[in-house]
Design a protein around this ligand. Structure first.
Ligand code: PBG
Length: 324
C-alpha cells in the first residue's frame, strides 16, 4: 500500500457520493424551448433536419407549449414564418402578425409561461437578410434600427415578456430600450444576442424557417468565429446600452466565451445551443454512433458549467424528461 495523502477517487466511488459532490445540476427551468410558428390550423410539419421539432400553427403551438410548461420549462422563444415576405420585413411590426397573434394566444392560455420573441427580419424579408438592404446590397444599419423599434413595440403590445434582438445591428439594444421606454414598456427586459457568430451551425434553422440569404452571407454583421476580443467588445456595448441578459451563440464551439462573459459581467448569461449542435447529436445517434441521451445531457451540462444560467435548446423537453 502506498501512503497517498490525496485520493480523489474516494469521492467518485459510488453513485450516491458522486451525486453528493456534483457541482453542476441541470433543471428544467434552465431551458428555453424554441418554437417555429406558421399560418393555418392543425399544422404540425416535422422539420427534417431537426428531428422532433415542428413548424406549428398557433393552435398546435398552444398544445405543445402546455406540455412544455407542465415539464417545468418556464420559457419559450418564438420564431415566425410569415405567409408573405417583402423587402423590409414589414410583417414584423404588424400588430396582427404571426408572432403577435401567437404571443397573445400563449399569454391567454398559459399566462405564467414566459414568452420571448426573437427580434429580427431574416425570416420576413424576401432577400433573407436581417434588415433593410441599400441599393448597393449592404445592410442599412440605421434604417434597420427604426424598424426594430417598431417591431419591439408591437411585440410588447401583444404581450411578449422579453424581447431578444438577434440581428447584430450596431446600436440595437439602445434603440430598442428607448422605443420600449417611450411607449411605457419600462419593465420589458432585453435579452440580447450580444455575441452572435457567423456560424455554419445555423444551417438546419435556416431550412426550418426559410431564412437563407438570397445573396451574400451574414459576415458583414455577425462575428468572425476567430475573434474573441471583438466578441467581448460587442457584449460590452450591449451592456452599456441596457441589455438585461446577454447571450453567446452558438454554445458548444464558444464555451470559452460563455465562461469569459460570465466572469466579466454580473448579468445573467444565456447561451443558444443552436440547430446544428442539435442536429449533429440526432444524426449520430440515429446511426447508432453515439448514445443520444448521454451526449445531450453532457452537452447541456458543459454549457451550464461554462457559465450559462439560461440555455436555449431544442433538447428542452427531452432533457427535462430525462432529468426529472
Ligand atoms: C436570426 C436567428 C438565427 C438563429 C436564431 N435567430 C439564424 C441566423 O442568424 O441565420 C439560429 C438558431 C439556430 O440555428 O438554432 N433570426
Amino acid at each position: 500500500m502506498f501512503k497517498l495523502n490525496r485520493r480523489p477517487r474516494r469521492l467518485r466511488r459510488t453513485a450516491a457520493i458522486r451525486d453528493l459532490v456534483r457541482e453542476t445540476k441541470l433543471s428544467p427551468d434552465d431551458f428555453v424551448q424554441p418554437y417555429f410558428i406558421v399560418e393555418g390550423e392543425s399544422v404540425r410539419n416535422p422539420i427534417d433536419s431537426l428531428p422532433g421539432q415542428f413548424q406549428l400553427s398557433i393552435d398546435e403551438l398552444i398544445k405543445d407549449a402546455e406540455e412544455t410548461f407542465s415539464l417545468g420549462i418556464k420559457a419559450v422563444i418564438l420564431f415566425g414564418i410569415p405567409k408573405d415576405k417583402d423587402s423590409t420585413g414589414s410583417e414584423t411590426w404588424d400588430d396582427n402578425g404571426i408572432i403577435q397573434r401567437a404571443a397573445k394566444a400563449l399569454k391567454t392560455s398559459i399566462p405564467e409561461l414566459l414568452v420571448i420573441s426573437d427580434v429580427c427580419f431574416c425570416e420576413y424579408t424576401d432577400h433573407g437578410h436581417c434588415g433593410v438592404i441599400t441599393e448597393n446590397g449592404e445592410l442599412d444599419n440605421d434604417a434597420t434600427l427604426l424598424n426594430l423599434q417598431k417591431q419591439v413595440v408591437s411585440h410588447a403590445k401583444a404581450g411578449v415578456d422579453i424581447v431578444a434582438p438577434s440581428g447584430m445591428i450596431d446600436g440595437m439594444v439602445g434603440a430598442i430600450r428607448t422605443a420600449l421606454d417611450d411607449e411605457g414598456y419600462i419593465s420589458t427586459p432585453i435579452l440580447s444576442y450580444a455575441a452572435k457568430f457567423s456560424s455554419s451551425f445555423y444551417g438546419p434553422f435556416r431550412e426550418a424557417v426559410d431564412s437563407s440569404p438570397q445573396f451574400g452571407d451574414r459576415k458583414a454583421y455577425q462575428l468572425d468565429p476567430a475573434n474573441r476580443r471583438e466578441a467581448l467588445k460587442e457584449v460590452e456595448l450591449d451592456v452599456e446600452e441596457g441589455a438585461d441578459i446577454i447571450m453567446v451563440k452558438p454554445a458548444l464551439p464558444y464555451l470559452d466565451l460563455i465562461r469569459e462573459v460570465r466572469e466579466r459581467w454580473d448579468l445573467p448569461v444565456a447561451a443558444y445551443n443552436v440547430s446544428g449542435e442539435y442536429a449533429m447529436i440526432k444524426a449520430a445517434s440515429e446511426r447508432g454512433w453515439l448514445d443520444g441521451d448521454a451526449a445531450m445531457l453532457e452537452s447541456l451540462i458543459s454549457i451550464k458549467r461554462a457559465g450559462a444560467a439560461i440555455i436555449l435548446t431544442y433538447f428542452a423537453k427531452e432533457a427535462a424528461k430525462k432529468i426529472s
